[in-house]
Design a protein around this ligand. Structure first.
Ligand SMILES: Cc1ncc(COP(=O)(O)O)c(C=O)c1O
Length: 443
């Protein structure tokens, strides 16, 4: 299914829907990030099919949001649909243990190097919260190191300095813990230490002087959330060595990086195995499933064996569990990855060329199935502070123009392709990107 080359036609439907949403939903949305600055409202969606997203006016767009990374198989993948039907046939069972749970945990354990034992959760936010709790219970220590520009969800322990305004971020090698949400008790900021990422000296100094009070170091092994910033050579290895030396739990938050470069996630791709990791987004094949997993000895700190309680009525609901089962079967097929690699090798250079021809200054940064567009940036960023100097007004203008060309980018730090994209979809999108970029460049 591809989209037509006609400009989208718009009725007042989306605006009316948003007006009515504002009457019944706080802020008119169900998640704050769904407001698209280029539209001043959310993209009002009717349905998705493969790589195409349809708005309420029936216009189709090549989708590069891919549900913020959850739809790595595209929308409505037949294997996921069949899996969901099977879960329905089982009686929409909830709050029971089944053979399916064991099988899905085994598959994760076989694919992901650190995942000796697994626990399932719903959202990514919930799972990083449990990973930190587990690390605290295991070590008996309380502080957590997180990195500027890394996002781990909005819970009270980690909602710091994901995207701090540069003027309030503090010194580059000693960032201030900038609180990302109201309603977080200020006392909690004493439990977090924010460091610049990709700087092994700062990490070494911090662990040497404060390792006795630090339970965990948590990071995105690929910092997709700040522009697909890659780990500097040797950095992940240094973090591994230092955390081990200081008896600190190393957590890779792979909610976004998981399954973008291969079935063993970023940890397998880079050959660095953390103590714990978190998975989410793509794992559920488009349904809500996350997991925290890790070394047996540490995961034994989780109840009922250990004292870190992890329990809940909806834990590991069979619908997402069976969807994940189907997802994991898809991604062990070698053709799945050769297809994605073909798309990546075509699309990323194509994007660079399209922006260059149009004269719009955009840095395309990519790894595996996700990528970032950094407007007004002319070199590869190695830190959040470099990436955050991007031109946000220019980005908004481009994303608005791209929508007019039938190409959907959410206003976000990262975008992605799915296995449902075809080369034809990408060519159609590249035409749209170039036309949009030319219009924006022309002012
Ligand atoms: C790396 C990372 N961790 C955690 C989260 C939070 O996950 P969720 O939105 O499912 O709560 C996200 C979401 O974007 C993420 O990218």
């Amino acid at each position: 299914m591809t989209v037509s080359k006609q400009r989208p036609t718009r009725t007042p439907e989306a605006e009316q829907l948003f007006a009515s949403a504002k009457q019944y939903l706080a802020g008119g949305v169900t998640a704050a990030a769904r407001i698209h600055p280029a539209l001043g409202r959310p993209f009002m969606t009717a349905r998705g099919e493969g790589a195409i997203l349809y708005d309420v006016d029936g216009n189709g767009y090549v989708d590069f949001n891919t549900s913020f990374g959850a739809s790595l198989l595209g929308h409505g993948h037949p294997a996921v649909r069949r899996a969901v039907e099977r879960a329905l046939d089982m009686g929409i069972l909830c709050a029971h243990e089944t053979a399916d749970h064991v099988r899905v945990a085994r598959k994760i354990s076989e694919l992901v190097p650190s995942a000796e034992l697994v626990r399932f959760t719903g959202s990514g936010t919930e799972t990083t919260w449990h990973a930190v709790r587990t690390a605290r219970a295991y070590t008996g220590k309380h502080k957590v190191v997180k990195f500027e520009g890394h996002f781990h969800g909005y819970h009270d322990y980690l909602a710091y300095s994901a995207w701090p305004p540069l003027e309030r971020a503090g010194e580059p090698d000693a960032p201030i813990a900038y609180t990302e949400s109201g309603g977080i008790p200020p006392e909690l900021s004493e439990l977090v230490i924010v460091l610049p990422w990709n700087d092994a000296d700062v990490l070494e100094r911090t662990l040497r002087t404060r390792g006795h009070e630090i339970a965990a170091v948590i990071m995105e092994p690929v910092n997709y959330n700040s522009g697909t910033i890659l780990p500097a050579a040797g950095y992940l290895e240094a973090a591994r060595r230092l955390t081990r030396e200081h008896e600190v739990v190393l957590i890779f938050d792979e909610i976004l990086s998981g399954f973008r470069t291969g079935p063993s996630c970023a940890q397998g791709y880079y050959g660095v195995t953390p103590d714990l990791c978190t998975l989410g987004k793509a794992l559920g094949g488009g349904t809500p499933l996350s997991a925290f997993a890790g070394r047996r000895e540490i995961m034994d700190a989780v109840s009922p064996i250990g004292k870190a309680v992890h329990s809940g009525t909806f834990n590991a609901h069979p619908i997402p569990i069976l969807a994940a089962d189907a997802f994991l079967d898809e991604i062990v097929r070698p053709e799945f990855w050769t297809h994605l690699e073909t798309l990546e090798a075509h699309f990323y250079p194509g994007l660079r060329d399209a922006f260059e021809r149009s004269g719009l200054p955009v840095w395309v940064q990519s790894l595996g199935a996700r990528f970032s567009l950094l407007f007004g940036v002319d070199e590869e960023p190695t830190s959040y502070r470099q990436a955050a100097r991007d031109d946000k007004a220019l980005a908004t203008r481009f994303y608005a123009a791209a929508l007019e060309e039938g190409v959907y980018f959410h206003y976000a730090w990262h975008h992605g392709i799915s296995s449902a994209h075809t080369l034809a979809d990408l060519d159609r999108a590249l035409e749209g990107v170039e036309a949009a970029a030319r219009r924006v460049a022309a002012g």
